[in-house]
Design a protein around this ligand. Structure first.
Ligand code: HXC
Length: 282
């Protein structure tokens, strides 16, 4: 794809900025998660990539270690609180600490609320909201013991207004925002900074799948559009004129993980080229 989002972003952080840090990135093997894992590793962190799917883990590990950076992988479904705790404890035992948790794992799909099955509702809310809580709760004792840490969760902007066919995901992400603010205050005495990032449209494979609307829904399938149509959408609907990239989100995570994030907690950063504000205005 030749739109500007495909162009690499130049390095903006000091080499070795995160040296010595240990980061756990859920859903870190593909899409935005892989972008985050890669940048953290590039900046010197040891990144533990967690994913439900072993094939995602192998590819991501090869990509990061192949470039000479440090990473390891672990299979994890964030919906399983006991497994979450076991994995977090294993990581802490092996590395002695966990400086950063990135709650990136998410599940989404377009589906009409009137016929959404209980299990479909549960699948998304459990991954997006429960999983975020389980992971945050599991790292808490480790971060508290070591004198602090950072948690960055992935939110979205779709719940800032009504978003048909996304009741499960918008409800879950609204919960992630609330959780972010509450934990930020509750865990500030332990010096655990808790923030979230709300990414705008980033055409990864996962997002393309999640945002394929049912054929009879009347919702336009943005990502199925021809390349020139996608470029036109960026020009007309994204004020900064381009689609986002995983690196756009990763840069914000790196900033929050760095000393520049020392006095930031409870914040939800919209990183979307201005898209949701423009939609709101329209
Ligand atoms: C209606 C659906 C459905 C769909 C699944 N279900 N897909 N219902 N429409 N398109 C229902 C199933 O029928 C089932 O209900 C229930 O959901 C659980 O489905 P499973 O396949 O058994 O679940 P599981 O294997 O656990 O998979 C979870 C998942 C899946 C969420 C359904 O899509 C997934 O693993 N996604 C992970 C990747 C992902 O979605 N990434 C997108 C992130 S993008 P029944 O009743 O039949 O048992 C993102 C966008 C950001 O977050 C937005 C920026 C603009």
């Amino acid at each position: 794809m030749s739109h500007p989002a495909a162009e690499p972003t130049p390095a903006v952080f000091a080499p070795g900025l995160l040296a010595g840090q240990v980061a756990l990135v859920t859903g870190g093997g593909t899409g935005i998660g892989l972008g985050i894992s890669s940048l953290l590793a590039e900046l010197g962190a040891h990144v533990v990539i967690a994913s439900r799917k072993p094939q995602h883990l192998e590819t991501a590990l090869a990509e990061i270690t192949g470039r000479g950076h440090r990473a390891s992988v672990v299979q994890l479904d964030v919906r399983d609180p006991e497994r979450v705790r076991a994995v977090v404890d294993e990581v802490a035992a092996e590395h002695g600490r966990i400086d950063l948790l990135v709650n990136n794992a998410a599940g989404n799909f377009y589906a009409p609320s009137a016929t959404l099955s209980p299990n479909a509702w549960k699948a998304v809310v459990e991954i997006d909201l429960y999983g975020t809580f389980y992971c945050a709760q599991a790292v808490y004792p480790i971060m508290a013991r070591q004198g602090g840490g950072r948690i960055v969760s992935t939110s979205m902007t779709l719940h800032y207004r009504g978003w048909p066919l996304m009741a499960h995901a918008t409800a879950a992400k609204a919960g992630v925002d609330a959780l972010t603010r509450t934990l930020a205050v509750e865990w500030a005495p332990q010096r655990i900074r808790v923030n979230a990032i709300a990414p705008g449209p980033i055409p990864t494979e996962g997002v393309r799948k999640a945002f394929t609307p049912p054929a009879d829904s009347g919702v336009p399938d943005l990502f199925a559009a021809a390349e020139e149509k996608m470029a036109a959408y960026a020009q007309t609907s994204i004020p900064l004129g381009r689609w986002g990239t995983p690196r756009d989100i990763a840069n914000m995570v790196a900033f929050l993980a760095s000393p520049a994030g020392d006095w930031i907690t409870g914040a939800i950063f919209v990183v979307d080229g201005g898209e949701w504000l423009a939609k709101n205005a329209g």
